[in-house]
Structure formats: structure tokens, C-alpha cells
Design a binder for this molecule. Sequence first.
Ligand code: CO8
Length: 258
Amino acid sequence: MPQYDLILTETRNRVGYITLNRPEALNALNLQLSGEIIEAALAYDADPEIGAIVITGSERAFAAGADILEMADRSYASMFLNGPFARWDAFTAMRTPVIAAVAGFALGGGCELAMMCDIILAADTAKFGQPEINLGVIPGMGGSQRLPAAIGKYKAAEMLFTARVMHADEADRAGLVSRVVPAAELLDEATKVAETIAAKSLPVIYAMKNALRVSQDSGITDGVRYEQQAFTSGFSLHDQKEGMAAFREKRDPEFRGE
Ligand code: CO8
């Protein structure tokens, strides 16, 4: 991993960690921070020794959104020509499962970054919101699509139209997060989940993530068809044979990643 200025990286037990580290701006996602997150995540994704990625922020903020000060004076043409959208598309196209471990503010692009991940573990201090309406814009990193997909149109519409912030417990009830844990246990829990995933068969996890992506990106009918095809092709893997044999033999499977 190269040296980064605004994130911290670490790998442990097949898990790659990315910690946003721009405390003076509550981890606001300026172009440099966004670029570093994406670059580090893509590098983990390309490394077969990494089976899961954890993205986290600080106790106070996962990320308070895109950097408003940096983008305030940009023109339509400059946003259109040099927006970071394609790079975020590459982030969401990754095959490795990504866990967002969220404490404190996850607003605007911060909430959207969490929603680009596969699992959101929320500390009981987490606060989610899409306050773009207060800035005279709509979300630009997927919030208008992924928020209603997660919590339904009516709850999403209220948040998007009014900028209402949702605290961890409500986010849990609404389906915006996978689970809420005490803030002091957030990273330990994220590590447990990540290490559990990283110990599974990598190609099967990749196939699972693809199937999940299709379920989100297209209608149920297309998604189910995609899932049937991906499920069937899993039967060409050794790990499918091993996994089912281990069940039959009442032992733990030994996956070979092939
Ligand atoms: N951008 C830039 N700086 C920020 C941001 C931000 N989003 N959020 C906080 N900061 C800075 C503040 O300016 C402040 O800096 P300074 O100390 O130099 O004045 C510092 O962080 C601490 O913030 P506060 O003093 O405001 O701390 P509070 O505890 O009083 O308030 C809040 C915390 C409620 C989080 C408040 O900072 C806030 O409302 N922040 C803005 C939240 C927001 O509107 N986010 C949405 C941004 S727009 C967006 O994300 C669109 C995504 C689409 C992008 C598409 C690609 C470009």
C-alpha cells in the first residue's frame, strides 16, 4: 500500500482496513480523500489475500458529506467533466465485500458511502441523513436511489425532502443498517464480521456479492434469473462439493478458493 495523507490503512487476517482521517473537517470527502479511499479499496479488491474490507471513520464522524467548501464554486461544466462519479462506480463494482463501520455523522456523501458498502454496522451514536436539500442540490453519490431501496420510498422521501437525520435505532428499524452495536464495540464487531467473511470461499463470496448487486440494480425477475444462473454455475467449483460434503459429514469445510 502506498502512503496516504487522509486515510490510514492496515491489513490483518485477510481483512483490509481503511480509516478516514480528516478530523478537522469531520472526514468531509474532498477529492483527495475520495481518491485515497477508492484507490486503497481497489488495491485491496485486486489482492486475492484480502477477503473483506472495513471502512470506518472516527467516533465523531464517519463522514459529514462531500466537501462543501471545495465544491461550492464549481460550475456545471466542471462538475460534469471532472466529477468523481466514474471512480465511485469502480468502487461499487468491486467484488470484495465491504463493511462500513459507522459512528457519529454519516451525512450526504457519508451516508452514501456507507450505502455503497455491503454491510453497515452502526454504533449507537450513528446519525444518518441526506441534507443536500439544505444546500440546494440533490444527492450525487447514489442517495436518491440507494436510500429508497433500503428504507422504502416514503421514509426516504421524508429524509430527502426535509434533511431529517435518522439516529441509529431508527435506522436499524428502517432497514438502513445491518445492526447497531455499542460504540465501544464497533470495530471489534466489524472485525468479527469481516474475518468471518474472509474465511469463506472467495469465488463464492464474489458470486454472492454479484448476485446481491443484480438484486439491487434490476427488477426482481431479472435478479432471480441472474441468481439462478450464478447458483447453477457454482456447481462447477470444488468449494461447492467440499461445502456440501462437509455438511453431510458433520465437519467444517476446507475451502480451496477454486
Ligand atoms: N464539507 C466541508 N467541511 C465540513 C463539512 C462538509 N460536508 N462538514 C463539516 N465540515 C467542517 C466544518 O466546516 C468545520 O470546519 P471549521 O472548524 O474549519 O469551521 C468542521 O468540519 C467541524 O464542523 P462543525 O463546526 O459544523 O461541527 P458541528 O458539530 O457544529 O456540526 C455537522 C456537525 C452537523 C455535521 C455540520 O458540520 C454539518 O452540517 N456539515 C455539513 C453536512 C452536509 O450538509 N453534508 C452534505 C454535503 S453535500 C454532499 O455530500 C453531496 C454528495 C454528492 C457528491 C457528489 C460528488 C462531488
